[in-house]
Design a protein around this ligand. Sequence first.
Ligand code: TXA
Ligand code: MG
Length: 350
Amino acid sequence: MKVPRVKTHILEYNKKNVEICAKEILKGNIIAFPTETVYGLGANALDYGAVNKIFLAKGRPNNNPLIVHISKMEMLEQLCHINKKAMPLIDKFWPGPLTLIFKKKNIIPSNVNCNMESIAIRMPSNKIALDLINESNCPIAAPSANSSGKPSPTKAEHVYEDLKGKIEYIIDGGQSDIGLESTVIDVSNDVFKILRPGKISYEDINKIYPNVSLSEYILKPIEQGIQAESPGMMYKHYSPVANLILFKGNDKNKLIETILIKLNDDKQRSEKSIVLCFEEDIIHFKKYNYYSMGSYYNLDDYANKMFDVLRYADKNSYSKIYAFIPNSNDIGLAILNRMYRASGFNIIEV
Ligand code: TXA
Ligand code: MG
């Protein structure tokens, strides 16, 4: 089935525009809206036909389930069987960038969770997202509002680039605060497991649940024939058109030297390449194209810029992107998880 072409409008955030978008949601249409993590492409989560439009607009494989966004606890009870052991997580991190996976109730249309026994739910903290859910007064199913496989959108213009002509409205909430997607934790059984790392880190969760486990696929591709715990991890993801190459190693000088050789070779051959580096290292790359990912000591900036710079590199037709990567502490693990997948695990050990 083809998606009918429509004119796409970017709307500023105000009461009237939230009402317009809530009406669209209740009519069974899809709209894009900001959250504190990335922009989402939303539909009424209780409407099979509306949810189907999300899969069509994104070109999303029909075995990759969606996250349902709620604004109040009554909605949670309506959708799933709450595991009481997860209440400390809800009390501490909701509303916020945390998705929890529970056992589903039968009210969920089968395409929302792709016929799984579980359902992923999140209460966002972004005011526009909460206003939209409250105004629609229904739970909103929403994946990231990018075309499937592309970097997630952290600005309204990214959504426009990918979904122009396929959706009528995008509410503009400016640059996303966090810039990478929520932490996903499976709490449907009594031993909790982190399936996707995010701003809320393994260290944060471990303080509350010392035996929380981490999916073994966070920094590894899923082998052929293995059933993924989180189907989203099966696909090549977040990818720019440019060839993204990551450099890993403990010897900073050697890393700098290796990347300088690559940049210099490219320059000789008139190939357009760029290095994503930490602010502290800019000094070494002044003669080349570089992009600062912020300080090595504040990785929130890296998280916030990551998807935007991958799109920027494509827009400026760079054919190669060389990237320094952080270590795996705190939000570093989420950055590595996205960068490894974006590069197709193209990692050079130095
Ligand atoms: O921050 C976010 O979570 C953003 C904003 C819009 O809320 N949404 C988002 O959705 O990242 P999406 O669809 O791009 O990623 C959802 C991830 C996928 O990897 C999917 O496979 C996984 O969550 N997921 C959804 N339901 C699941 C379930 N029942 N069991 C396991 N994994 C699930
Ligand atoms: Mg996504």
